[in-house]
Design a protein around this ligand. Structure first.
Ligand code: C5P
Length: 399
């Protein structure tokens, strides 16, 4: 069985060294049953010859926006209409900036504006560039515009450095394009994400360093797999993924109430939120004044949302938690799995630049009888891997 049978994939290649992997990508796409046409930017042609891509795709490569000959055959609007999928691999920092801002001064950028196909952007660049603020913000913009990011991966880079920014491998790109929209069709999930803020006074709160990115990526991946998703989000600065219904909350108690209002009839619950375990016993009506004295504050435990869902009479058939640990990862995760009566738990070590406030993570996933190791990768890719594990354990709804 091919996974991309009859899909029309338009591959846009931009000018990065990872362009050398694109002939292999075209071959893998065609092996999976896709029809492939290739668009190259001028800079891409400095890394790999159009003739090579023509040979592996079986079609002339497109590169000029204003090309009378090409327009007489398959012009740029026809090419945009033809595609079911537009994949930009590798996508340089420059290409990402142009896509994020709707440029239309070369063929690839124009196609991205003119197509109704899903657009997948596969970044590849030096690790410092990838971590830079402009690239981070442009990527957030791409996602808010409905494009999806595939990767990048971590590892040794062409520039000799080691870190996040490598293009993901051709077979990972093919897997991400393969149609999984039916995988969780008919299922509804409730997902929590982000931190909670527990007010001390009108201007201060207790909280923790969670960006919400893992939970948002998971909500996006569940929706991509065909599930209906209710995302209950703490205070974060992230765009709502396409197809996801979002409710914003501040505190753990608000999060619990929002979850409970949505849990009846849900098939799955995933608690990704880094809920504050304690809140101040009382909230000052006015800003607490600074003084030279030590300040004592009594904290009381917050409700455990995950445990409440797990023992709820309307318990979804799959309840999954996350565990951030600083040591004894497997032992702590297994204990949490049992104590909160979960079906799955995804655990990660915090510290060493992983987990909080960053785009990559590594997870160890446990059920009572199995263990999966998901190596360090972009949170969006991890989320897709988690969806495969979740989908395997969901009772079938027959589409
Ligand atoms: O026990 P611990 O806080 O480490 O468990 C983490 C898991 O429990 C996460 O899935 C988190 O979303 C969930 N949790 C919760 N409510 C809390 C604390 C944690 O839902 N008050």
């Amino acid at each position: 069985m091919t996974t991309l049978a009859d899909k029309k994939v338009l591959l846009g290649i931009t000018g990065g060294i990872a362009a050398y992997k694109t002939p292999e990508l075209v071959r893998r796409l065609r092996d999976a049953g896709a029809q492939v046409r290739v668009v190259m930017t001028p800079a891409a042609q400095a890394f790999i010859a159009p003739l090579t891509l023509q040979a592996v795709s079986g079609h002339r490569v497109h590169s000029e926006l204003l090309d009378a000959e090409a327009e007489a055959g398959m012009g740029h609007i026809e090419l945009a209409r033809w595609a079911d999928e537009l994949v930009i691999a590798p996508a340089t920092a420059h290409a990402i900036a142009r896509l994020a801002h709707g440029f239309a001064d070369d063929l690839l950028a124009t196609l991205a504006l003119a197509t109704e196909a899903r657009i997948s952007v596969v970044p590849a660049m030096n690790r410092v560039m990838w971590a830079s603020r402009p690239v981070t913000e442009n990527c957030q913009r791409l996602e808010a515009l409905g494009m999806r990011l595939l990767g990048p991966a971590s590892g040794e880079q062409a520039c000799g450095e080691v870190g996040a920014g490598r293009m993901i491998e051709p077979d990972q790109i093919v897997a991400a394009l393969s149609d999984k929209t039916d995988l969780l069709a008919g299922h509804r999930f409730v997902v929590t994400a982000g931190p909670t803020h527990e007010a001390l006074d009108p201007v201060r709160f207790l909280g923790n360093r969670s960006s919400g990115r893992m939970g948002f990526c998971l909500a996006a991946a569940l929706a991509e797999a065909g599930a209906r998703v209710d995302l209950v989000a703490g205070p974060v600065n992230l765009a709502t993924p396409p197809g996801v219904s979002r409710c914003d909350v501040q505190s753990a108690r608000e999060m619990l109430a929002a979850v409970m209002a949505r849990i009846e009839g849900a098939d799955g619950f995933v608690g990704v939120a880094a809920v504050a375990d304690y809140r101040p016993e009382s909230v000052a009506d006015h800003k607490i004044k600074k003084s030279d004295e030590a300040l004592a504050m009594r904290l009381v435990p917050n409700p455990d949302i995950l445990a409440e869902v797990s023992k709820h009479p309307a318990r979804p058939s799959l309840v999954m938690g996350f565990a951030a640990e600083t040591r004894d990862l497997a032992e702590a995760a297994r204990q949490k799995l049992a104590r909160k009566q979960l079906d799955l738990i995804a655990a990660n070590l915090v510290g060493d630049g992983l987990a909080f406030d960053c785009k990559e993570n590594a997870l160890e996933v446990f059920s009572t009888e199995r263990h999966w190791s998901l190596p360090q990768q972009a949170k969006s890719m991890l989320a897709r891997a988690l969806v495969d594990i979740i989908a395997e354990r969901m009772p079938s709804k027959g589409g």
